[in-house]
Design a protein around this ligand. Structure first.
Ligand code: PLP
Length: 386
């Protein structure tokens, strides 16, 4: 069995988790929580980190802290794991879906600008969607697959229109855009430490920001909005969203090895690239000149696939041989609960979804297994596409 992407546990995880158990500091207060927050914030190049129970919860609170209110609209990537879109709905706001650009498959920030310039109007001190009359309060660029979004156009429009940028950096801890780490580019950012992410705590997340007041507010909202810890006095509806010390302990051990993990991921991607680059059946994800990708999830396109059937066939054949592969996510604007929300100039995401195949790329993947994946994929593409 060659799994798609499984955790790598070979550092101080046992030692730190044992320490939690030995000292009874197992819950959401403890030294590992603050240490983990510092380590991640440091890595993201910002001052504050607030650990959460998972990445989706981090996004929910980050959007609230950034000022997203019920009936607002939030611009978000169409090609993404669903979490940021659901988080927008948890706030009572509505998503507007933006296409992916065809070279790096990230949110097309040129199209975001186009939308803001031509579909919106400045009215009553805020930017309003001409079609719906609703306020546009935030943009959520999702750095997918370990590669950053082209942020410069977003940062410009954020300054011009006062729209907040909430980065979803769940898949890209350690990546950089023009030498700045993802997580430090917008107003606030989120990470995930789910089982398949580059750093895992089993489940977990983090909000990071340079804004001290926002960090305090995020801490407050994630701990049941507790105003007096002794008298149980609360002034708002809060959430029980904090990470436990046990999970944070695991996270600390994982972060210690992050540089090694990234180097391994980049090696794996380079080996796949070398194998596939000269074959017209495959289209590879190009690393942008301004990007330092962590190559979190190696994904290619099957260029001969027009409707997703070849990709499905290959996925099933490989599964039978114990090789686990996956497509990218179904475009958000096609899902039943989001199909009535606005999408803007979508041209590429349906094809990217249909043609995409993510290949095994665990940090611990060995060369022999990778060679086997490459050989089996070549057999299927050559034989079955004739
Ligand atoms: C993993 C992920 C999240 C967060 O997921 P959780 O399982 O809640 O930690 C959010 N956004 C993206 C793009 C992700 O890949």
């Amino acid at each position: 069995m060659i799994p798609l992407c499984v955790p790598e546990i070979r550092g101080n995880e046992w030692k730190y988790v044992k320490d939690c158990l030995d000292t009874s500091w197992v819950s959401s207060v403890g030294s590992y929580v603050s240490r983990f927050e510092e380590m991640v914030a440091n890595r993201a190049g910002v001052r504050h980190g607030v650990a959460t129970v998972n990445g989706t919860a981090a996004l929910h609170i980050a959007l609230m802290v950034a000022g997203v209110r019920p009936d607002d609209e939030v611009i978000v990537s169409d090609l993404t794991f669903i979490a940021p879109v659901n988080a927008i709905r948890y706030c009572g706001a509505h998503p507007i879906f933006i296409d992916a650009e065809p070279d790096h498959w990230q949110m097309d920030t040129g199209k975001v600008l186009d939308f803001l310039e031509n579909e919106c109007i400045w009215r009553n001190q805020h930017l309003e969607n001409k079609t719906t009359g609703r306020r546009i309060s935030a943009i959520v660029p999702v750095h997918i697959l370990g590669h950053p979004v082209d942020m410069e156009p977003l940062l410009q429009s954020s300054r011009k229109y006062g729209v907040r940028i909430v980065e979803d950096a769940s898949e890209s801890l350690g990546a950089a855009y023009r030498s700045s780490p993802v997580g430090s580019l917008g107003d606030i950012a989120c990470f995930s430490f789910n089982g398949n992410k580059i750093v895992t705590t089993g489940g977990g997340g983090m909000i990071v920001t340079d804004n001290e007041a926002w960090a305090q507010r995020a801490r407050y909202l994630t701990t049941q909005a507790k105003d007096d810890p002794v008298e149980y006095i609360h002034h708002e509806v809060g959430y029980n969203y904090r990470l436990t010390n046990i999970q944070a302990a695991m996270g600390c051990a994982q972060i210690e090895l992050l540089n090694e993990y990234i180097a391994k991921k980049r090696d794996i991607a380079a080996r796949y690239d070398t194998a596939f680059q000269d074959h017209s059946s495959f289209c590879l994800l190009q690393e942008a000149s301004w990007a330092e990708s962590i190559q979190w999830m190696y994904t290619l396109l099957l260029t001969e696939d027009n409707d997703g059937s070849l990709r499905k066939h290959i996925l099933q054949k490989l599964e039978k041989q114990g090789i686990q592969t996956r497509p990218l996510w179904h475009p958000m604007h096609l899902l039943p609960m989001y199909k009535n929300d606005q999408s803007f100039r979508i041209e590429h995401t349906p094809r990217l979804y249909q043609q995409s195949l993510s290949l095994p790329c665990s940090v611990g993947l060995n060369k022999d297994d990778q060679e086997q994946v490459i050989a089996e994929l070549f057999k299927l593409v050559r034989v079955d596409s004739l």
